[in-house]
Design a protein around this ligand. Sequence first.
Ligand code: HEM
Length: 373
Amino acid sequence: MTLYDLVAPGLDTVAEPRYRIAEIRAADPLGADALLAALPAMNRDADVAALTVALRALVPDLDRAAEWSVVEALAAMRDLGMLLGSLKRHGTEPVAAVPEVLPVLEELARRTDMVPRDTVHHYTTWNPIGPRQRMFTGHRMEAHLQEAVRMVFPSLVAALDTCTVLARLEPYDPGFALALDRTAQHVQAMVDSIDFTVTNVTPVFFARTLRSYFEEIDVAGRDYLGPAAAQVPLWLVDLTLWQCDRSNPAYDAFLEESVEYSLPSWRAFHAAHKGGISAVGKLSAALSWETVHRLPAPLIASARSLARVLRILKTFRARHIGIARKAYSDDLKLYEAGSGGAPIALLREVLDLTRDNETLVRRAVERPRTPAA
Ligand code: HEM
């Protein structure tokens, strides 16, 4: 049984091979275990020649790759990705250095219905734990950062389910508050994750050692971003709670780009919900109709539960921007933008939007109402 099964019981992990975490972690279709155990040493020595030979050695026959299951294809992309990111960190475009990897990346992308390179999910959730763990540096703090992202995956997948339920309900329905309370329990994992990160990963380690492994690479003339924590699907929760009917150019552009790096079912969720009415939108409309002194009890419960989830998101974002600001401060940063392609200014904007929505919902139920004439 995987952590995923424990957190999100009842979800069909058989139908969705990308949720078969234990199997993906166990898979080693390229026979890469020994070679990747030596990766931190190659990176420490900036040994581009050895990294190039290693990538070439791992590239499988296209016919073989075409026969793999989705589970095996995900594991193969994970392992090739470690070499792609390593070569780029040392200034070499990996696909230009080893052109035979290109058709394999394209085939794996087709088989898995994902981008033609590794994502944060390959690097964290689908990465084995223990002696087979794939790392760029082998440093304890790198393992901690991987763990921080790994710990939110099951909860966010579960949150997408509760958000799907929420999107079908109206705030007068008692199920609305219940779906929000469940979502709140799941997104609390984001706060735990950032607290764990602040305790265990220093901004200087991230900025000066790790960040360079997450650079974009050129695949057939297009740049693809590296594995970035920004790719975890918190934006799908935002979408249903407040974002789908509230446009903000910077966040909208970031979302459009992030969606591509997500799982097919999450892209479908995005397509289904974008342009819909958010929970905040539905609640605001319901409240504006209510002119009576006492609001109906389910509406008050819905507003309180919505404010509670938004507060948790706000807490995550306030703590997250603290560590992100330090890692991208003038004296530490090597890059202007995060590995997800966006600057710190975006984080500020998203934090402000989250806070505005929370304040709006909280005040709506606190505000004294005029009794009907
Ligand atoms: C040293 C640790 C970290 C730093 C320096 C950092 C930095 C950043 C930066 C600069 C962004 C802007 C977008 C981009 O990446 O281009 C971002 C976005 C984001 N990061 Fe992190 N991050 C860190 C850890 C984490 C962790 C542990 C998580 C949780 C899993 C996380 C989740 C997110 C999310 C969800 C976004 C999208 C924006 C949002 O929803 O507020 N980050 N991060």
